[in-house]
Design a protein around this ligand. Sequence first.
Ligand code: GLU
Length: 274
Amino acid sequence: MKFGRISVMAVAATAALGLAACGGGTSGGSGGGSGSVKVGIKFDQPGLGLKAGADYTGMDVDLAKYIAKELGYAGTEFVEAVSAQRETLISTDQVKYIVGTYSITDARKEKVSFAGPYFIAGQDLLVRADDTTITGVDSLAGKKLCSVKGSTSATNVQKKVPGVNLQEYNTYTLCVDALKAGNVDALTTDDTILAGYAAQEANKGKLKVVGKTFSTENYGVGLKKGDVEFCKKVTDAITKYISSGEWQKAVDKNLGPAGYKPGAGNPPTPAACS
Ligand code: GLU
């Protein structure tokens, strides 16, 4: 006796349900899948990746969720990905992908692969509101600067201003605290991140963004090195995110309140995976 079409489909559906119940799809394999997916994001960057209790908000959070949905995952489990830990989190399978103000660079491509870019930012400076002495990267001589370990911000500024007095912390919020306390004179990282801090209720009137960018930061979605199949799926999701208007909506909703306007080249066209 042959199986009818209906009964074959019923068996397939049951198998799929069984997989979902086991939480399959969180690791291994290249495709999307059932179950929830572990995604690395920032926890302390307002407008980008911010954790408040059980709530996660920001442009990167919205894209992370969109990608998970497009790839067929049932949900997202967010893991904090501080700058210096990102490559390790990916290569040791602690997360499937990272959406965390993660600039695509050749050095990082030695360890991970990227889908994107999905956004272009630029490095800038955050100073105390009453500071008139720091007007750009050229006025940092003799100043104490803060940035974060493992970030392009730290490496860029050291190249631009050799011998700069740079303190490297683990997170940007630690730099914000040091800036407000007068322990450093400026914080340098992407303008997106700085705009978020300057607009925070606790910092209003206390901090200002200088407004002279001195780098190009192409944000990508970090994933397992060489997983071209997965990279292509994420790239398709990003492309659809942009063409459907969701990208613009997310930018307006998350960066708008801080008065941030995306610069030239936005939204970018994601590159081919290799
Ligand atoms: N986009 C830069 C980077 O990937 C700075 C922001 C960050 O540390 O997340 O290093």
